[in-house]
Design a protein around this ligand. Structure first.
Ligand SMILES: Cc1cc2nc3c(=O)[nH]c(=O)nc-3n(C[C@H](O)[C@H](O)[C@H](O)COP(=O)(O)O)c2cc1C
Length: 376
């Protein structure tokens, strides 16, 4: 079955599924997501024409649009041809870890996920399933002009912190030595792993600082080719920490920051619809996991704007970019980002919402519509 038909059928059936007991509804959603993604990976999208905008050159790489997928969509390196044919401005694979991981199963539900389409929210507790860096770092594709390849990786939660960092450095070198990879993103923000919570950014800047210094000493300062490296943090990041974090990123020569990942600020989400609220509450009480979607729109814009302004007034002396992820779903979001000086946008929840509406023309529908005003 074509992925678009599956996505539209799921949306059509979702009011009925949501009336089922919460656990059953989440089980159906999670299995449907897995099936849909398998079909999407296999699907051969025809090339879609996107009107030419001013290609952005960031770190010497050409991005034909300022919008691309965010990490976690193509965990095992699937989907480059798909998004490149759809017209994406870049591709990112991962997030991967040094060791292969099965991901989470809880209450008999494998890779728990739910999408609350009416509220434009997704919730996931996938737990970083991936085939591991030894295999994934051999990733190769036929690259299209203007669609560079990024890779997201993180320290594995399956090792003690010292070993996890050593393995992360090993992984960084594996991707460094693969010429297909144009840039790397280090994920420091995944909410799906309780073992990371105690030393996550929210609780201890010192620990994060030490990790960044370690990456700086053992990888960033020793790179043998031009390979930009970005740090991805959570949308739950305290605004007041941004200057301190950027100072460390400048010191260690990170090339950018992505703000950011899903949120675990469950109390902030207000859902008027009773059925959606019940499902949401059941999910966060039984799985936890991360929230993506519209509720992150303002947060990601604010955090990124603060980062842009700090980078402008404290010029690091080399090319440093701010990337926005969280609630991006429309041309208005892209324009707001552009006006705020944000270099690039990533979407996850918004990608699927637009895919259901526009199919393979999802990038074209956003950017071609704006051709006359041509803000880029
Ligand atoms: C199902 C799912 C899986 C995700 N997996 C990852 C991941 O592996 N690595 C990562 O950095 N972010 C991951 N994310 C977070 C997204 O990349 C993105 O930062 C977040 O969802 C906010 O963007 P959005 O509002 O467009 O969804 C995942 C999100 C979802 C919904």
């Amino acid at each position: 079955m074509l992925p678009l038909a599956i996505a539209r059928l799921s949306l059509w059936l979702s009011p009925i599924i949501k009336l089922l007991p919460e656990k059953l509804a989440i089980k159906i959603y999670s299995s449907a997501r897995t099936y849909f993604m398998q079909q999407l990976y296999k699907y051969k999208a025809p090339p879609v024409t996107i009107n030419k905008y001013n290609i952005k050159i960031l770190w010497g790489l050409a991005f034909r649009l300022p919008l691309m997928n965010s990490a976690g969509m193509f965990k095992n390196g699937e989907g480059y041809d798909l998004v490149a044919n759809q017209g994406a401005g870049a591709y990112i694979g991962g997030t991967s870890t040094y060791n292969p991981r099965e991901g989470n199963t809880r209450l008999g539900i494998h890779h728990p996920f739910i999408s609350l389409a009416k509220s434009h929210i997704s919730l996931n507790y996938l737990g970083l399933p991936n085939l591991g860096d030894i295999q994934l770092s051999k990733f190769t594709v036929n690259k299209q002009d203007g669609c560079p390849v990024g890779w997201s990786l993180m320290r594995s939660p399956d090792y003690t912190s010292g070993i996890a960092m050593e393995k992360l450095i090993e992984s960084l070198w594996l991707y460094h030595d693969n010429p297909t990879i144009d840039f790397l993103e280090i994920n420091e923000s995944c909410p799906n792993l309780t073992s990371l919570k105690s030393d996550s950014i929210d609780n201890s800047l010192d620990t994060l600082e030490n990790r960044l210094l370690y990456i700086g000493q053992n990888f960033l300062s020793k790179r043998k080719r031009h390979l930009p490296v970005i740090l991805k943090l959570s949308n739950d990041l305290e605004q007041s920490l941004i200057p301190k974090i950027l100072d460390v990123l400048f010191l260690t020569k990170f090339d950018g920051i992505n703000l950011g990942n899903t949120s675990t600020n469950y109390a902030k989400v207000k859902l008027a619809n009773l059925t959606q609220r019940k499902l949401f509450n059941y999910f966060v009480q039984n799985f936890g996991g991360g929230i993506g979607g519209n509720c992150l729109k303002k947060t990601s814009l604010n955090l990124c704007s603060i980062a842009v302004n700090y980078a402008k007034s404290n010029n690091p002396g080399y090319e440093f970019h701010v990337i926005r992820s969280g609630g991006v779903s429309s041309i208005e979001d892209i324009i707001e980002s552009e006006n705020a000086g944000i270099s690039l946008n990533q979407w996850y929840t918004g990608y699927f919402e637009n895919y259901i509406k526009h199919g393979d023309a999802l990038y074209a529908s956003i950017f071609n519509f704006y051709k006359e005003k041509n803000p880029y």
